[in-house]
Design a protein around this ligand. Sequence first.
Ligand code: UD1
Length: 427
Amino acid sequence: MDKIIIRGGRKLSGTVPVSGAKNAALTLLPCALLTEEPLTLRNLPRLADIDSFQHLLNQFGISTSIAGARPEDFGRVMTLQATRLTSTVAPYDLVRKMRASILVLGPMLARAGEATVSLPGGCAIGNRPIDLHLKALEAFGARIELAAGYVRAHAPDGGLPGGHYTFPVVSVGATENAVMAAVLANGTSTLHNAAREPEIVDLCNLLVAMGAEIEGIGSSHLTIHGVSRLHGATYMVMPDRIEAGSYACAAAITGGDVLLAGARIEDMTATVQALTDAGIHVEQTRGGLHVAANGAIRPVTLSTAPYPGFATDMQAQLMAMLCMAKGSSVLTETIFENRYMHVPELNRMGARIETKGRTAIVHGVDHLVGADVMATDLRASMSLIIAGLAAEGETSVHRVYHLDRGYERLEEKLALIGADVERVGND
Ligand code: UD1
């Protein structure tokens, strides 16, 4: 297993290209199930999670081809075609590797009238049930059975009728599954208290480009008029707002000045607000988001929340940055329990963070020191990289495969903006 070694203390400056959004890509890819015609996705990030999803789709008989990208390019173009499905089963071995595999359930059910998907099981950031995915599909007319670790979903003969569902809790994945199931239903479906993350807007925009009829895009009330068939499309994956926010925190903690090329400020207003509250200069320019340190980092108090609130996926990275603030910050995690696994690792680097239940108090320190640290999940790993960039001496981040799931060519991008970083094998 590889590790990443960072020799901290360099100010980051220059331009870093923002990749296509992982979480958008993971819900755009299963849309290939909804049509026999080719779906071409541009700006797909090169990530382990995307490779795993491609593998999962191949196993249903979907053909995939990659065109155009030279090794030195970021992103790539993939064409997927589900002329005929050879399987409707997502097996344990593939689903276990990547929880987002559950996103094939809705579109597979819509296309084939049945779908069998392994239950994803627990995951490092807490207990992550899929009950809301199943309830929404049941509300649209699916029959669901749970047996031997698998979810089996069936539509009535003639397809899903569609229906109405109000989410008791906002769920990104359950909203995505429900929307993908409803687009081919026989009737009209409504979703209330739906998630409205930019990635869901991206999903709806692709579905509309494929011929779907969706009202209320970007709001928490979606009305989906089922159509009898969808056609192919060519679509550009949105920029990754979490990757952009991560590099913004990295630049800020080093006292740096970077341009996040391609980032869209409108997708990341809560992150921009948090950075601004911390005294960081953030400005949208024609080329992307310009982020520059501006004196000392100020402490911040905030809670994570569904969009448009502050994203749970940015909590660890912001916390790493706030380790060097002048004063104490208070962060509250409201979306996932057990999402503070980076805290003991950051403390090993000299941070002073206390946690009490869902709240973390981050007492700013004037320096961090390099250490050997263990990555536990994707965003936690990035928080250790951010701390390492500002720490004195050398930081080795072990279990780099977490980062490869979600940060396209991390070391290359960091090197582009002046970080002293290298990947070494045989951890
Ligand atoms: C997605 C993102 C993940 C992000 C999260 C919250 C992808 C691939 N992943 O995950 O990076 O951290 O949104 O922004 O896009 N819940 C239930 N029952 C369900 C589903 C969810 O109780 O059936 C709960 C979860 O335990 C959690 C909350 O709802 O407390 C939100 O989870 P959800 O929005 O569903 O997260 P994911 O879609 O899994």
